[in-house]
Design a protein around this ligand. Structure first.
Ligand code: KIV
Length: 283
């Protein structure tokens, strides 16, 4: 299947077809997601928690993101890939933001970058990156890189005033030139209002059913990441349990001498060569 472009996404919105979006951080997972036919892959800075074992996304670096994003590109050569700008890779200046966004395209083969926030400074960064010729996806609502300011990892826009602020941020991000916006952790009514008023694809994670597409963190939806599971996650598999059981069985078999079985799992040598080899050892 050919890689989708922004024209395909616009057409999908026009036709009322949902855009399917999942995170991936490595070659193997990306390969399986492409096989499954997802439309878009996000190499999120959730990499920090899911793959690198940090408690937050803050320690993730550009080099971490580039390494993992290139692995995802190798696994999913025909899928639209979004590279997530990590903490402090775009906040300092437009120049810094353009240079780091460019690394995603040039070094990691991403199709687009995503950055968090909806205030005037972020609108300026979006405009600058977009004017440098790079596709930008906005990200508003629950924005983990602004955890301190939004009061922790919690749903946003639950009062009328807070909801209006997010609707206005969506308008500002669109006006700044984003080709799409991801809305995270907001009530269904707010997701619906943003989607109905937008002229670009609105993708949601924990934002209800009305958005043009849905994103989940793959490790949540297959039951691999169990440190914390947000309310909006549906578990489609329990891969974590399957893996732990396989590791346990292997551990027991190695300890009991049941693995490997020499005729089944090892390389063969002709009887004549074995004989010659044993004789050589005794010389
Ligand atoms: O890093 C990420 O995976 C994200 C999602 C949580 C939206 O930005």
């Amino acid at each position: 299947m050919a890689k989708k472009t922004i024209n395909d996404f616009a057409q999908m919105v026009e036709n009322g077809e949902k855009i399917v979006y999942l995170t991936a951080y490595d070659y193997l997972t990306a390969k399986m997601e492409e096989k499954a036919g997802v439309d878009m892959i996000l190499v999120g800075d959730s990499l920090g928690m899911v793959s690198l074992g940090y408690d937050t996304t803050f320690p993730v670096t550009m080099d971490d993101m580039i390494r993992h994003c290139s692995a995802v590109r190798r696994g999913a050569p025909n899928t639209f890939i979004v590279g997530d700008m990590p903490y402090m890779s775009y906040q300092t200046s437009n120049e810094q933001a353009i240079a780091n966004a460019g690394r995603f395209i040039k070094e990691a083969g991403a199709d687009c970058i995503k950055l968090e926030g909806g205030g005037p400074m972020i609108a300026e960064r979006i405009k600058a990156i977009q004017q440098a010729g790079i596709l930008v996806m906005g990200h508003i609502g629950l924005t983990p890189q602004l955890m301190g300011q939004i009061g922790g990892y919690r749903a946003q826009g639950r009062s009328s005033a807070a909801a209006m602020k997010i609707v206005n941020e969506a308008k500002a991000v669109e006006a700044a030139g984003a080709f799409s916006i991801l809305v995270e952790g907001i009530p269904t009514a707010v997701g619906k209002a943003i989607t109905e008023r937008a002229g670009i694809p609105i993708l949601g994670i924990g934002a209800g059913s009305y958005t043009h597409g849905q994103l989940l963190i793959y490790a949540d939806m297959v039951g691999m990441y169990d440190n914390f599971t947000p309310k909006f996650v549906k578990k489609y598999a329990n891969v974590g349990e399957v893996l732990v059981n396989a590791f346990k069985e292997y551990t027991a078999e190695v300890r009991q001498g049941q693995f490997p079985i020499d005729d089944e799992h090892t390389y063969k040598m002709s009887d004549a060569e074995v004989k010659e080899f044993l004789a050589a050892l005794d010389k």
